[in-house]
Write a protein that binds this ligand. Structure first.
Ligand SMILES: [Zn+2]
Length: 433
C-alpha cells in the first residue's frame, strides 16, 4: 500500500509532458531522494556487475535506488527465509533504497508460460512458476522498499492478438488486487511502496484502460511494461506512452521498463516517463564497448563535474543513430550486431595503438588512468579488469547523461541535447578539433 511518505515534487513540466523534479521520502527511513528524470542502479543480486561495493562508492552520482530482480532472487528464497533480515542486509547493501522487479531487463525471457494464475521467471537453473502467494512470500523475504506487483507482460511481440493483450491487462489487474490484499496483511512489507504495472501491448484502448484501472488502486507509482526496445517502433512507443501519461495521476512516478538507449530515453521523457532501469551501461560493457556519445549542453565544456564531449572517429556506417553496425576488426559478430551509435567497441583492431582515454576529459578512474589501447589489450586477452574499467566509465557516463537531461529540462535546452547526442560523429570530431 502506498505509505504516503514518498512524495513527487515537480519543479517543472515542459510542453505539458516532460517532468523535472525529485522524489523525496524514499526508503523505510524516508531519508533518500531521487531526481527525475533519472534511472535506477542495475544489479545482479544487489551487485553492480564487475564492481565491488567499495569501488561503487567511489563513483559520483550513483542512483539512490538499487534494482534487484525476482528471477535472480527466487532461487534464494529458502536461504532468505532462514536469514529473516531481508535482502538489503543479506547482500551487504547499505544506504540505498531497494526496488524489486519481476524480470531482469538485460536478460531475455522466454514467453508462452504464463497462465491465468501464474507467471514464470527464469533463474540460473531454469523456470520458476510464481503464483501470487509465492510471489508475495518472496517479497516478504526480500523486504524491498519498492516492488512491482506480479504482472502478465507477454505482449511485446509484434503479432500479439488483441485478445491476448486484453487478457494480459485483465490478469495483471487481478494479480495487482491480490497482491494488494496480501500486502495489507503483511508486517514485513509495512512501509514498502507498491508499483502497479500498466500493460496493453500496442493497443491504445487497452493501454488507456490498464492505466485508468491501475490508477484507481492504492499504488505509489507505475511500471510501464511491454515497451521494451526492439519490441516496438519508437514513434508508436512515444504515442502510447503519451496516451498513458495523460491518464495517470501527475503526483506519482512512472517507471519505464526495458528502455535504455539515450535517444529512446529522451523521446520517452518527452512522452511523460520519469524513471528508467539502468541496464544499458551493463549491456554496453558486455560487448566490450565504452559509451562515448556527446551530451554536453553547457557553454563552458571545461566546467568541473561534467565530461566534455567525446572526440569520436567511428565508422561511417555508425553515424545514423537508427542505423547499422560496423563490420571490422576481430570482434564477435554477435557483439557487433548490437553495437549502438552511442559507443565505441574497444575490441576493434583500430584501438590497438590508440593511446587516448575512452573519452577525452572524462573524470572517471578508467579515463584518468588508462588508454583505449590498454582496454583493447585487456579485452583481447580476456582479462577480468576490462569489465571493471569499462563498467566504471559506462556507469559514470550514463549518469552524466541523465544529469545533462535534467539540466536541459531546467534550461530549455532539450532540443540542443537531442542534436548533441544524435549528430553525426564526423561533425563532433570536426567541431572539437
Ligand atoms: Zn571515463
Amino acid at each position: 500500500m502506498a505509505s504516503n511518505r514518498m512524495k513527487l515534487e515537480l519543479s517543472r513540466v515542459v510542453q505539458g509532458r516532460s517532468r523535472l523534479g525529485v522524489l523525496t521520502g524514499l526508503g523505510r527511513t524516508s531519508q533518500h531522494s531521487l531526481e527525475i528524470p533519472g534511472c535506477l542502479l542495475y544489479t545482479h543480486l544487489g551487485t553492480v556487475p564487475h564492481l565491488t561495493q567499495d569501488t561503487l562508492q567511489t563513483l559520483r552520482n550513483i542512483p539512490s535506488v538499487t534494482q534487484v530482480t525476482l528471477n535472480h532472487i527466487a532461487e534464494q528464497q529458502e536461504v532468505l527465509e532462514d536469514f529473516k533480515q531481508g535482502f538489503t542486509k543479506f547482500a551487504g547493501l547499505h544506504d540505498t533504497v531497494l526496488y524489486c522487479s519481476l524480470y531482469d531487463p538485460a536478460a531475455p525471457c522466454p514467453t508462452g508460460f504464463n497462465t491465468n494464475k501464474t507467471v514464470s521467471v527464469w533463474g540460473s537453473s531454469g523456470r520458476i512458476e510464481l503464483t501470487v502467494d509465492k510471489f508475495m512470500a518472496l517479497q516478504k523475504t526480500v523486504q524491498p522498499d519498492w516492488y512491482q506487483t506480479m504482472a502478465d507482460g507477454e505482449t511485446w511481440q509484434n503479432n500479439t492478438s488483441r485478445k491476448r493483450v486484453r487478457k494480459s491487462v485483465d490478469r495483471t489487474l487481478a494479480h495487482l488486487d491480490e497482491c494488494l490484499l496480501l500486502h495489507q496483511k503483511s508486517q514485513e512489507l509495512e512501509g514498502a511502496e507498491v508499483f502497479g504495472v500498466v500493460q496493453g501491448g500496442d493497443i491504445l484502448e487497452e493501454r488507456e484502460r490498464s492505466a485508468r484501472e491501475t490508477a484507481k488502486r492504492p499504488v505509489a507509482g507505475f511500471c510501464l511494461d511491454g515497451f521494451q526496445s526492439d519490441s516496438m517502433d519508437q514513434s508508436l512507443r512515444t504515442q502510447l506512452i503519451a496516451a498513458v501519461s495523460r491518464v495517470l495521476p501527475e503526483d506519482k512516478p512512472r517507471l519505464l521498463q526495458g528502455v535504455g538507449r539515450p535517444d529512446e530515453v529522451l523521446d520517452c521523457v518527452e512522452a511523460g516517463v520519469d524513471l528508467f532501469e539502468g541496464f544499458f551501461p551493463f549491456q554496453v560493457t558486455e560487448r566490450g564497448s565504452a559509451l562515448c556519445f556527446d551530451f554536453d549542453i553547457s557553454s563552458n565544456p571545461e566546467r568541473a563535474g561534467r565530461a566534455p564531449p567525446a572526440v569520436l572517429e567511428l565508422n561511417d556506417n555508425q553515424r545514423d543513430p537508427a542505423g547499422d553496425v560496423p563490420q571490422n576488426g576481430d570482434t564477435n559478430p554477435e557483439d557487433q550486431a548490437s553495437v549502438t551509435p552511442f559507443e565505441i567497441n574497444l575490441k576493434d583492431k583500430r584501438y590497438r595503438d590508440d593511446f587516448r582515454p575512452l573519452v577525452e576529459g572524462c573524470g572517471c578512474y578508467c579515463c584518468t588512468n588508462h588508454q583505449r589501447a590498454y582496454l583493447h589489450h585487456l579485452l583481447v586477452t580476456n582479462e577480468l579488469l576490462a569489465g571493471v574499467l569499462l563498467m566504471i566509465h559506462n556507469v559514470v557516463h550514463y549518469q552524466g547523461f541523465f544529469s545533462a537531461l535534467r539540466e536541459a529540462l531546467a534550461n530549455d535546452k532539450v532540443e540542443l541535447l537531442k542534436r548533441r547526442i544524435r549528430r553525426p560523429r564526423d561533425e563532433q570530431t570536426e567541431s572539437k578539433e
